[in-house]
Design a protein around this ligand. Structure first.
Ligand code: PEP
Ligand code: MN
Length: 362
């Protein structure tokens, strides 16, 4: 896929802000005036709201689009809203909405994404695609592909975190490795961090925004409301335009790369060492698997089962202890060892079943 930028602006971060929901004309315009002073790139407001349970405020619907038109006329800012079906696309298009976004609850459903894609066919409007609520990178990419196939090339991704069960610090877990992998596969795709929906509460917004910038994100999407506590949706995570301005001012924007020769030389030297270590690791993993195969041969001769739970527990506990001394988290050691163990087992299975496979093949 050959993406074009949704935002031409060169210096980071691109700023998208506005209320979770458009509630009244006054609330929309007041937020927009406040944000105009801060200086943002795109004004957001939800017109149709996908709420978890019926009966909650489900958005003002099409009449609210006129308020967004007023924002454009009065402030000159571009505007965006969420679209989830054909009617939304047509209504938003008719009212000159500049950018569309696809919400997390829509991205999960290929039928819905396809419906939006079909409605977009032949239109020239940028689309921002939020990650699906579940941690499924392929589903996110699938949604991007559907929109791209409809002829839309100005596509961006919004990382809004992933739903999880039970008590967590965040409303939606960031799982940073997923958007990082998306960016690795599609370096031209602009990625925006929706810190509001990741955090779910005001006090965490700054930290998550900073983390996103440190990870080279292109921009931020933040929910802003003139009186956040009275918001009709997502009250706990919204902030005033003033607070938003303060948050942006306090962000440290580091250069994406540097042309400084001394810096490049040092970083090159350090990276070289990392590459050496990685090579070493792969080599060691290879040796370990050869060892596992030898054990497999031996077990086969003696007719012993592959999995020996007590041995596995021993390895795990011992390694976690050793890891601690090296400042490695228990989680990290467990993940690595589980992966190594799984690979070992599959090597042993291969060795132990070699003759059987051969017989089947004959
Ligand atoms: C929103 O942006 O207000 C929204 C509904 O977000 P999400 O699709 O990420 O839940
Ligand atoms: Mn919201």
């Amino acid at each position: 896929m050959q993406f074009l930028p949704v935002f031409e602006k060169k210096e980071r971060p691109i700023l998208i802000a506005g209320p979770c929901s458009a509630e009244t004309e006054e609330q929309v315009l007041e937020t927009a005036r406040g944000l105009k002073e801060v200086g943002i790139d795109l004004f957001r407001a939800g017109i149709w709201k996908p709420r978890t349970r019926p009966g909650a405020f489900e958005g003002v619907g099409a009449p609210g689009l006129k308020w967004l038109q007023k924002v454009k006329q009065e402030t000159g800012m571009s505007v965006t809203t969420e679209v989830a079906n054909t009617q939304h696309v047509f209504d938003a298009m008719k009212h000159g909405i500049d950018v569309f976004w696809i919400g997390a609850r829509t991205t999960v459903n290929p039928f819905s994404v396809q419906e939006v894609a079909d409605a977009l066919q032949g239109l020239d409007v940028p689309v921002l695609i939020k990650n699906p609520v579940n941690a499924d990178l392929k589903l996110w990419i699938g949604a991007i592909e559907r929109i791209y196939k409809a002829g839309i090339t100005r596509i961006g991704a919004i990382h809004r975190g992933f739903s999880s069960h039970g008590e967590t610090k965040y409303r939606n877990l960031p799982l940073w490795q997923l958007p990082i992998e998306l960016k690795r596969q599609f370096p031209k795709l602009q990625i925006i961090c929706d810190n509001s929906h990741i955090c779910g509460r005001r006090d965490l917004l700054q930290g998550v925004a900073q983390r996103a910038l440190d990870l080279n994100y292109d921009g931020l999407m933040t929910e802003v409301h003139p009186t956040p506590d009275n918001a009709w949706s997502d009250a706990a995570q919204q902030i005033t335009p003033h607070r938003f301005g303060v948050m942006i001012k306090e962000l440290v924007v580091r250069e994406q790369t540097s042309g400084n020769a001394a810096f490049l030389k040092t970083i090159d030297f350090l990276r070289h060492q990392i590459d050496e270590i990685d090579l070493h690791l792969i080599d060691l993993f290879g040796k370990r698997m050869k060892m596992a195969e030898q054990i497999g041969e031996y077990k086969k001769k003696n007719n012993i089962a592959i999995l020996q739970p007590s041995r596995w527990n021993e390895i795990l506990e011992h390694s976690v202890k050793l890891g601690k001394e090296k400042d490695l988290s228990k989680r990290f050691v467990e993940i690595v060892l589980r992966a190594v163990h799984e690979e070992s087992i599959s090597h042993q299975v291969k060795v132990m079943n070699e003759n059987r496979v051969l017989m089947e093949e004959e």
